[in-house]
Structure formats: structure tokens, C-alpha cells
Design a binder for this molecule. Structure first.
Ligand code: FE
Ligand code: CA
Length: 528
């Protein structure tokens, strides 16, 4: 049932008082959110203060629309501060930043069952152009956000600019890198995970987390609210559409499927916690209804395009993976790394990925994902150490996917990675032990926005890592993000860094730039 009809039916008393979202969600599982009375739908609520404290956001742009997001939370750090009732929220989309030429509008419901979050799935707009949007509840209005539709699927854009980032630990540093991102002219922002960190308060930190390690729905919501209270993060959300995926810290460090990194964690308890984490994630991100969580399950992997220029396969390497082999950590590879049943994507997502890539007609095929794919030896010298949490821990799986890229003749595969708080540029090979080291894809690993605190241009192990891994073209341990320009002929990645995050005002430095030529896998340094 569409929203106006639903509201009319509800007003007429024809429907039970359940929210639109709840009605369309699967109600299976998890006690954390199954049963909440919504109360009456409040059409003209009065707020003690403006409820749009967490800003606005848009995401998953298409040629005809995008997801618009906001959340009503006058007291964001203490559960939101909203009454336990559903609230009517109206929205408008305009062709100008003053909201004068309105081209779409509607009414939706912010329900207490979903932390009074709002997700609007826009369609019917024109391709490849900016739009502005605003929400209203009662007499309160939200900030105006800007979004942008993508070119039509068969359009041939001359260029496409986006930035990708990951790992914004609130305690470790300021989000200065986001301030710089705001000043770029971007069509899109891609976030590869660790948008929040679940940990408690560190002894020494730039800013404080608002609780001990988060485990309940209430705690995850308050933590998201803390992160989203950052003005730079809010501003980047309001300026560009985002494509987001998660890594481990949105839930729990180094989680692998239903396995915790800690011993003696009850599986059921862990899944109840996951249901809380995933639900809070949905409530705070501009993601489509397709991702609506069902208890501890939430389908986040999906595909988005930019004309015929680029197609993003947005992956989830956490929810479906098998447990890290060899007891996790950095280790010499053990037998389990070569277990053909070991998987980072799960069978269904892997099939979906490869089928989609086979069908893709895009010039550049992007895997937007979390953990490093290159098999980097992390220990300089004779002993070999691979990260068991990353693709080399799942070596047979890693080779299978890269081999398929070759066999299926996938055009210009580029892997985007986050997770490890360092910058890398890697030429990817199917078999790094092979006699014929052939580059089949290119990997750009982006550093953290703030995780790890102030960074350094080099680390004690830099010379050794570069010497042991000739396919690594760049390795840097500063904070920042990566800005990319994609054309039919080339892909350019500019590594933007800030020299400190423990105090404000770090200037932006472009530490290095790399180019991939269409038809020729592997990165070439052009500056830095
Ligand atoms: Fe991280
Ligand atoms: Ca991570």
C-alpha cells in the first residue's frame, strides 16, 4: 500500500496502529525490536527544540532518484528525546537551493519503532542533475540537503568524480579530512565501513565516546547519534549522495559471520546484539528498503551504476564470512587459508557478484569493499605473515574471484578497500607465488579519516614491506581519504592526507597520485 493511502486508511481507523515500515518488514526474530506500541499518528507535533539535530543525508543515487534520510531526535545522545508515538514528516525536493522550484513532495511516518528515522525512496526525477531537499515536522524544518541523480544507464559521461573514505573513530581524532572533502566537487561519496566504533572510552582520547562498549539497541543508537553530531560529517552528508557499506566496528571488532573474536560468547546472544547493531545502522543511514533488517540479517550488498562509465558492486565481507583461519591475527599461512569452503562473501553473494560482473557493460567495474585483497607480507625479512582477517586469510577464495575476473574478461576491475588505517596502492595478481606475475586488477586502499590518531608518512616497517611486496606501489600511514576521477580513458586516484587530527585545522596535502589506463590493469604513479 502506498503511503498516502496507508495514512488515509489509518486515519479512518481501518488499519491497526503499526508503522508503514513495520508493516512492510519481516517481523521474525529478535526481541530487541519486535514489539513496540506506536500510539497515535501525530500530524502536528510540538517539539521543545528542533528535532533535526542529526542533519540530513541522501544515498544510493539512481538516474531517477535517491534515498533521502533524516531522524527526529531533539535529544540525540539520550535516546532521541521523542515521545513514544508516530510522527508525520513531510518532505520536498526542489531544483534550486532555495527550495522554490519544488518538483516532488510527500508525507511519510517517523515511527518510534525505528528511532523516528525517515527514509524516502525518490523516483521520477531527471538523470544527472542536482536536487535539493528538506524535511518538515510540525513547524520545525530540517537543514536543506543537496543530492544528485546519476546519468541514465546508457549515457556516456565524460567524467565522474567521487571520494572514498573509511574508519572515522570519534575518540582518535577530528574529522578534518571530511572538512576537506566538503570542498571538492564530487558526484558521490563512498564509505567503506567503520563509520562508528563500538568500543568504550579510551583513557587518552581527543573526544570521548558516550558510554562503555555498546551492546544494546539503545547504546548503538546513542553512539550513532554521537558520531552524527559531528558538523563536518553532517556537512558532507548534506552536500553529496553517499554509498555506504559496513565493516566490523559497526557491530563488533573482527566479527566473522555469527562468530565473535572473543571466546565463550553465546551465539544467540551475539546474534541478538547483531540485530541491535544492524537495526541502528539502518536507522541512521540513507539506504534502501531492500536493506531493511530482519532480526540479525540485513542485506547490504547491492549494485549501483554511473552511466556506462562505472558500476559499483558494494560488498559485505563481514556478515557471511567463515571464521578467520589460524586463530586470526598476522600469521604465516596455515592449511585452513587454502580451504575451498572458506569464504569472505558467502556462496550467494559470490554468485551474485560474478553474475553481475559478467552482465556489466560498464567501462570500469568497481568492487567497493572492506578488507585488503593483495596478499601483502606484513613482516619484513624471511618470515612471511599475512593478515588472517583479510583476503589472504581466505586465499583460495581470493584466487577464485580474481581468476574469474580474468576468465570472464571483466573490463577494468578496480578494488576499493578500507579497514586498515593506512594507504596502499596494489597491483593484484591471481597467484602471488606464480612464475608469471601478471597484474589482473588494481587495488586502492584508503586510510582512515581519524582512526589511529595523528599519522605518519612512513612507518618503521615501510622499507621492508615495500621490498618484500614488489606489487605494492604506495604505502603511507597518514590520515585522509582518496579522491578519484574516472573517464573512459583513465582512472586517477589522488591520496589526500592531513598531517594531524588531534588538533583542528590541518591543511590538505595530496601525498601521491596514481593513474590506471583503461585496458591496462595496474597503477602508475603520476606524482608524489
Ligand atoms: Fe577501522
Ligand atoms: Ca575494520
Amino acid at each position: 500500500m502506498d503511503k498516502p493511502r496507508y495514512l488515509a486508511a489509518q486515519r479512518a481507523g481501518l488499519l491497526p496502529r503499526r508503522s508503514f515500515l513495520i508493516a512492510s518488514a519481516s517481523l521474525a526474530a529478535a526481541a530487541v525490536w519486535a514489539d513496540r506500541s506506536l500510539g497515535l499518528l501525530r500530524q502536528a507535533p510540538k517539539f521543545k527544540s528542533n528535532p533535526f539535530t542529526l542533519g540530513v543525508a541522501s544515498g544510493d543515487p539512481t538516474p531517477s532518484g535517491a534515498i533521502l534520510w533524516t531522524r527526529l531526535a531533539p535529544d540525540p545522545l539520550n535516546g532521541g528525546g521523542m515521545p513514544d508515538e508516530a510522527i508525520e514528516v513531510s518532505w520536498q525536493v526542489a531544483e534550486d537551493d532555495q527550495m522554490r522550484k519544488v518538483v516532488a513532495q510527500g508525507v511519510t511516518v517517523a515511527s518510534p519503532a525505528w528511532a523516528h528515522s525517515v527514509h524516502v525512496e525518490l523516483t521520477g526525477l531527471k538523470p544527472a542533475r542536482p536536487y535539493w531537499y528538506q524535511f518538515k515536522a510540525g513547524s520545525e524544518t530540517s537543514p536543506i540537503g543537496r543530492t544528485q541523480t546519476t546519468p541514465a544507464a546508457d549515457a556516456a559521461p565524460r567524467s565522474f568524480k567521487f571520494a572514498f573514505a573509511s574508519c572515522n573513530n570519534y575518540e582518535d581524532g577530528l574529522f578534518t579530512a571530511f572538512e576537506h572533502m566538503l570542498r571538492e566537487e564530487l558526484d558521490l561519496v563512498v564509505h567503506l565501513g567503520d563509520y562508528i566504533y563500538e568500543g568504550g572510552q579510551k583513557e587518552k582520547s581527543v573526544r570521548k565516546h558516550n558510554s562503555k562498549e555498546i551492546k544494546t539497541l539503545e547504546e548503538y543508537r546513542n553512539r550513532f547519534a554521537l558520531y552524527k553530531s559531528d558538523p563536518a560529517l553532517q556537512a558532507v552528508h548534506a552536500a553529496f549522495p553517499w554509498i555506504v557499506t559496513w565493516d566490523d566496528h559497526e557491530f563488533d571488532n573482527n566479527c566473522a559471520g555469527a562468530n565473535s573474536e572473543e571466546k565463550n560468547v553465546n551465539r544467540e546472544d551475539f546474534l541478538i546484539r547483531r540485530a541491535a547493531a544492524y537495526k541502528a545502522y539502518y536507522e541512521h543511514m540513507p539506504i534502501p528498503r531492500l536493506a531493511l533488517p530482519s532480526g540479525p540479517d540485513m542485506k547490504l550488498y547491492r549494485r549501483l551504476g554511473y552511466g556506462n562509465l562505472a558500476e559499483f558492486s558494494v560488498l559485505d565481507t563481514r556478515q557471511y564470512r567463515t571464521k578467520q583461519p589460524c586463530g586470526d591475527g598476522n600469521k604465516p599461512p596455515c592449511e585452513d587459508c587454502y580451504d575451498p569452503a572458506a569464504t569472505l562473501l558467502g556462496a550467494e553473494q559470490e554468485r551474485w557478484l560474478l553474475d553481475g560482473l559478467s552482465r556489466s557493460t560498464a567501462k570500469w567495474n568497481v568492487l567497493a569493499q572492506q578488507v585488503m585483497m593483495a596478499r601483502v607480507d606484513r613482516k619484513p625479512g624471511e618470515i612471511v605473515n599475512y593478515s588472517m582477517d583479510q583476503w589472504p586469510g581466505y586465499e583460495t577464495n581470493r584466487r577464485r574471484i580474481l581468476r574469474q575476473l580474468v576468465e570472464r574478461k571483466i573490463a577494468n576491475p578496480v578494488v576499493l578497500t578500507g579497514d586498515i588505517h593506512t594507504n596502499w596502492v596494489n597491483d593484484l595478481q591471481v597467484d602471488f607465488d606464480g612464475a608469471d606475475p601478471k597484474t589482473v586488477a588494481t587495488e586502492f586502499v584508503g586510510t582512515s579519516i581519524s582512526s589511529g590518531g595523528d599519522g605518519k608518512e612512513t612507518r618503521p616497517d615501510t622499507a621492508g614491506v615495500l621490498a618484500d611486496n614488489p606489487f605494492v606501489k604506495f604505502y603511507n600511514a597518514e590520515r585522509g581519504y582518496v579522491s578519484c576521477e574516472v573517464t573512459p580513458e583513465h582512472w586517477r586516484s589522488d591520496y589526500r592526507v592531513v598531517e594531524y587530527v588531534t588538533r583542528p585545522g590541518a591543511p590538505r596535502v595530496t601525498r601521491a597520485s596514481f593513474v590506471v589506463e583503461s585496458g591496462k590493469a595496474g597503477a602508475q604513479k603520476v606524482s608524489g
